[in-house]
Write a protein that binds this ligand. Sequence first.
Ligand code: P6P
Length: 298
Amino acid sequence: MVELHTNATLEKDLDSIFTSIQEASLKIYTILQKSLGEYTQNTNATGDTQLQADVQADLILQEAFKNIPCVQQICSEEQEKSILLHKEGLYSIAYDPLDGSSLMGANLSVGSIFGIYQGDFLPQNLVASAYVVYGMVVGIGFASLLKEGVEYFAYDGKEFHLQKCLRLLEKGKLNATGGTQKNWDKAHKENIESLFNAGYRLRYSGGMVPDLHHILVKGGGLFSYPATSDAPKGKLRMLFEVFPFAFIFKRAGGKAVSIQQTQEEKIVTPLLTLTPKHLHDTTPCFFGSNWEIDFVSK
Ligand code: P6P
């Protein structure tokens, strides 16, 4: 557990970071409204081909965080290495500037994801997380150690208004199933099928942010991106995607685990206890209400 500076310091610092994310999200939304999802010739550290919007969103966020003295370093999914901003700063911010940008061509919702760490990029150092969903409106989910629940804000054209505090029920109804089904292992296939046979509804757009936000807004269910034969370590990135949403799901009253299935046993690990070896490490990940996470962990 991080040795927290006084809550007053943390609250002031998180306010400046959150305000900066709000302002940057509106600039990114403006770009999205003018973009048709054009690709660049470049690839990012994970090998994804970058869209022009990916690069522009990353630059907007770099500029935004440069103006916040309490931010020591940032690490973007679009950058190979972390970037030092203010030596005396307390916080490290890992972010995915435009997650699911390949969906832009189909005019589907995309998002930005932020993990705010006090100290190094380790899950136990997370003090807050945020996500932005660019849909009909710009919506922002925000959670911190300072309060329970996930506060959801929406932009009305003039300012962001708090809409609701998102909390997960013990058990939900939605089932968001990531990864190529033919590459799932037998145990995962059986669990997913069992949930559908019990009446769960498939809700999967291929965008992590809208898919997880959907489960939070509807009060529960399961999002899974398992280890697959083509991606044994999963696809989603620990620092920028998995840890921030694991923090959010826990603050919403749910759970978040990794599951590795071997011939002999099933190894279930709480996501926020994992230790990344590299900035761009991935992990299989399951986020959801307590009942669903306990069900897949059995
Ligand atoms: P698949 C988008 O590319 C992304 O990184 C996440 O937003 C999303 O959850 C996942 O990949 C979708 O991957 O293999 O199911 O298309």
